[in-house]
Design a protein around this ligand. Structure first.
Ligand code: SME
Length: 160
């Protein structure tokens, strides 16, 4: 097992335990973003955007001040919402329609939060270096999003 996988397995266990101790959505998203920012190296921004009407609205995050509102299907976040798939962008400067929030960002991975077939938000993770993310990041960040959705059914039944 690689150190990266071991570190992610530890992180998944921490998120799992965190979600057992509190049922509030915002409190949990805030603490999950803090955990990810602390435990995953070479990041400049981690956070959640949640669907509200025709926009994605900024949720709990760690990093510099970011765009408060993104039109639903714009940018990398919007593409992940639309496709309901993880989007891994090795060079954000090459991504058509990328929305610049932190000028330091060079690569990014976005995981959609899909509940009952509906994308209700995203986890957005940004790095200040090119090609920061790989399939291991995609796998474990998706596992963390799945845990959030499975362990907070009451919070998401209202959103979906
Ligand atoms: N880069 C995103 C916008 C959000 S910020 O990175 C925090 C995008 O194009 O979807």
């Amino acid at each position: 097992m690689t150190p990266k996988i071991k570190s992610y397995q530890n992180l998944v266990a921490l998120v799992d335990a965190l979600l057992d101790s509190e049922g509030d959505l915002i409190a949990n998203l805030a603490n999950v973003s803090a955990l990810l920012f602390e435990h995953i190296d070479k990041l400049n921004w981690v956070g959640f955007y949640l669907k509200k009407g025709d926009d994605l609205v900024l949720g709990p995050f760690q990093g510099k001040v970011a765009c408060s509102r993104i039109p639903l299907y714009k940018g990398v976040c919007g593409k992940a919402m639309q496709d309901q798939q993880v989007i891994n962008v090795p060079n954000v400067l090459d991504f058509p329609g990328h929305i610049v929030c932190d000028h330091a960002s060079r690569s990014e991975i976005v995981i959609p939060m899909v509940v009952n077939g509906h994308a209700i938000g995203v986890l957005d993770v940004d790095a200040p270096i090119f090609a920061r993310f790989d399939d291991v990041d995609a796998q474990y960040l998706s596992e963390i999003v799945d845990l959030i959705i499975k362990k907070l059914p009451d919070a998401f039944n209202q959103e979906a």
